[in-house]
Design a protein around this ligand. Structure first.
Ligand SMILES: NC(=O)c1ccc[n+]([C@@H]2O[C@H](COP(=O)([O-])OP(=O)(O)OC[C@H]3O[C@@H](n4cnc5c(N)ncnc54)[C@H](O)[C@@H]3O)[C@@H](O)[C@H]2O)c1
Length: 282
């Protein structure tokens, strides 16, 4: 497997934009693609803002900022996505991810690593039917991707050890902390953390406390963000998709059942920070 010089990131939303930023800062040639032009523009503005903050805080020079920006090609042309590694950060839907992986496989060499940032879908399912499934791997960043250190690296049933090692080296180059995990719905963090959201939503449904009080209590216990603030940051639509996916993957175990309150927020387009309104106004 060749070493990684170029990285294509598909989906420039909450996660894709942050991942593109860290890859560009580490000197990789990055292609950042989205089907939605306004998402691409928003990503560009967000990345520049994050880099400006890093300059202000003395974490990088103005020159390093400009070099990082230069490393990213923002594109809406799928044909541009020819790279050593392609990483998808699109909708949390199996069929959509598989279709994308097929199209990426068709225009890249068999050595191109196909990575997914999925939060909940087993890598084994995403890899099924993809030519050379041994190069399909999970590289799961956490939100906000430009700040959070942990990255889960997930092996599907067919993923080769070489691809796992290459993914691990890449994450180290990004100055992050890779942890190799086996394939299971939600892997480690999202499976455990799911109950942070699910139980908080149940409390709200049962009218046990207001969401503000639930957040305040959890923060006073030492959690950095209460569950409702965190859902607004993650994206209520994405968080709902992840819970729905885990519920399905665990054969409808009631402990993962999604909340009607959350579903209604999704239906209303109140998706949190990304839409300007969620559990809180932002
Ligand atoms: N938000 C989080 O906290 C978080 C954390 C870790 C992992 N993830 C995972 O990362 C992935 C992306 O989540 P997100 O929160 O960034 O979502 P998002 O909604 O913020 O962004 C998704 C982007 O993908 C684009 N898109 C959708 N379908 C596409 C396609 N077929 N081709 C190209 N672009 C497409 C959309 O236009 C959008 O800009 C999901 O799999 C999610 O589970 C999310």
């Amino acid at each position: 497997m060749s070493s990684i010089n170029s990285i294509a990131i598909i989906g420039s939303g909450t996660m894709g934009s942050g991942i593109a930023q860290v890859c560009a800062q580490a000197g990789y040639h990055v292609f950042l693609y989205d089907i939605n032009d306004s998402a691409l523009n928003k990503a560009k503005v967000g990345i520049e803002k994050n880099l400006d903050t890093a300059v202000e805080k003395g974490k990088m020079t103005q020159n390093e900022k400009l070099e990082s920006i230069k490393n990213i090609l923002f594109t809406s042309k799928f044909e541009d996505l020819k790279a050593d590694l392609c990483l998808e950060a699109i909708l949390e839907k199996l069929e959509v991810k598989q279709d994308l992986m097929q199209r990426l496989a068709a225009q890249n060499s068999k050595d191109c690593i196909l990575a997914s940032n999925t939060s909940s879908i087993p890598i084994t399912q995403i890899a099924r039917g993809i030519p050379h499934p041994e190069r399909v791997v999970g590289i799961h960043f956490f939100n906000p991707a430009h700040l959070m250190k942990l990255v889960e690296i997930i092996a599907g049933v067919e993923t080769s050890d070489t691809v796992m090692d290459t993914a691990e080296s890449l994450v180290l180059q990004l100055k992050k902390t890779p942890v190799k995990v086996k394939d299971a719905p939600g892997f480690i963090v999202n499976r455990v953390a799911r109950h942070y959201y699910v139980e908080a939503l149940k409390l709200l449904e049962e009218d046990v406390a207001t969401l503000e009080n639930i957040d305040a209590l959890m923060e006073s216990m030492g959690f950095r963000m209460g569950p409702f603030k965190l859902m607004d940051l993650i994206g209520i639509d994405t968080n709902f998709s992840v819970t729905s996916s885990l519920y399905e993957q665990f054969f409808y175990d009631p402990k993962f059942r999604p909340s009607r309150i959350q579903k209604q927020k999704v239906d209303a387009g109140h998706w949190g920070k990304k839409s300007g309104k969620g559990f809180y106004a932002s």
